[in-house]
Design a protein around this ligand. Structure first.
Ligand SMILES: Cc1cc2nc3c(=O)[nH]c(=O)nc-3n(C[C@H](O)[C@H](O)[C@H](O)COP(=O)(O)OP(=O)(O)OC[C@H]3O[C@@H](n4cnc5c(N)ncnc54)[C@H](O)[C@@H]3O)c2cc1C
Length: 328
């Protein structure tokens, strides 16, 4: 029987939106495979049973939840072993994840343990009844795409770029059965967390950040980008960029937001000198409050903005920063 597994992405006990997009992908694969089967969600950690069983209303048949003292915070060795045990016992058809800092690590560990095929940052993935599987992923920062074929045995691990996962709505009344599997504490770990060191807000991983200041091509070259760092420091935000900023080398690739970069949903995002191309907005449109500053009143970014300011970033941002600093 076809059994497609999806990995439940959680934050503070809530299921994150891309998980529901994975259910859509799983349904699509099920149709492609044209065989009877089920979708299984695998949850590691603290989400409560009612939250998990509600996945049934999206089409998930059952949830396997691994719980234990060591599951409260992501640790690669423990999480990958927990998944390995489940996958060994049940041999799912494939395991789908949503790309994040956590799954970047987890998917690689698990695929190595399973000795299975791995595709990260997938934009498309398909499996055929004859056992062939293929995927498409961007390379060279989205300037090229590669198509790969992969072995469908043992269980391939595929992590999708969040921006390609579609919004999904519940389409049935059924709840999923949740099976809880307690995980005993592991004593034989090769690595142990001894301390958790908080990052300065400016250096926070974009997926974790509450506030993000993003600079685009309109901020300009040379020292011009410093104003984005200054604003981020003044308001305790992290710094992101559009693709031109990464291409110019002012920020590293892990700071790119968009279809081929990071998917973010902070409480506040401030977009500076960004036109709002759909490849960019695909990575930030779930942000709660959006501010945009651009000199072109017709810029597409304003369609997403709760507050839009038309003007030159190099006039507006220094004024804004000095106002904020005056209030401190
Ligand atoms: C397959 C593919 C994948 C892609 N993936 C991504 C991705 O993940 N992330 C991404 O960002 N892009 C991605 N892109 C590129 C994307 O299409 C856009 O080219 C890019 O987002 C544009 O970045 P931008 O808004 O900074 O620049 P532009 O589109 O050039 O916009 C610059 C803006 O700055 C404004 N401006 C200029 N000077 C000033 C000033 N002094 N003050 C205020 N405003 C000013 C202009 O009015 C303009 O609106 C991808 C493209 C492709 C084809």
């Amino acid at each position: 029987m076809v059994d497609i597994w999806i990995y439940v992405q959680q934050k503070d006990g809530d299921i994150e939106a891309p998980t529901f997009g994975l259910v859509s992908e799983a349904k699509r694969l099920m149709t492609e495979l044209d065989a009877a089967g089920q979708i299984t969600a695998v949850a590691l950690g603290p989400a409560d049973e009612s939250t998990l069983s509600a996945l049934g209303t999206y089409g998930v048949s059952r949830v396997l939840q691994v719980t234990g003292k060591q599951m409260h915070r992501y640790q690669g060795e423990i999480f990958s072993r927990a998944l390995l045990n489940l996958a060994h016992n049940e041999e799912p058809t494939c395991l789908l994840m949503c790309q994040s800092a956590e799954t970047e690590d987890l998917a690689q560990r698990l695929a190595a343990l399973l000795q299975a095929a791995l595709v990260t940052r997938a934009m498309d993935f398909s499996m055929r009844p004859d056992g062939t599987a293929r995927a498409v992923r961007p390379v060279a920062n989205g300037y090229l795409f590669e198509e790969v074929t992969l072995d469908s045995q043992p269980t391939p691990v595929v992590s999708f770029l969040p921006a390609v996962l579609l919004d999904t709505i519940p389409d049935r009344d059924t709840l999923a059965a949740v099976t809880t599997i307690p995980l005993p504490d592991s004593q034989d770990l090769k690595t142990r967390t001894v301390e958790v060191i908080e990052a300065a807000p400016e250096d926070l991983d974009l997926e974790e950040a509450d506030i993000i200041v993003v600079g685009g091509r309109g901020v300009g070259k040379g020292d011009s980008f410093d104003v984005i760092h200054s604003l981020a420091r003044a308001i305790g935000g992290s710094v992101g960029g559009t693709r031109p900023i990464i291409d110019w080398g002012y920020l590293t690739y892990d700071r790119q937001i968009g279809q081929t970069g990071k998917y973010v949903s902070p409480r506040l995002i401030i977009n500076c000198g960004i036109s709002g191309a759909n490849e960019y907005t695909a990575g930030m449109e779930k942000s709660q409050q959006v501010i945009a500053i651009d000199q072109n009143p017709r810029a597409r970014i304003f369609r997403f903005a709760d507050l839009g300011v038309v003007g030159d970033v190099h006039q507006i941002l220094p004024l804004l920063i000095s106002r904020i600093e005056d209030q401190e």
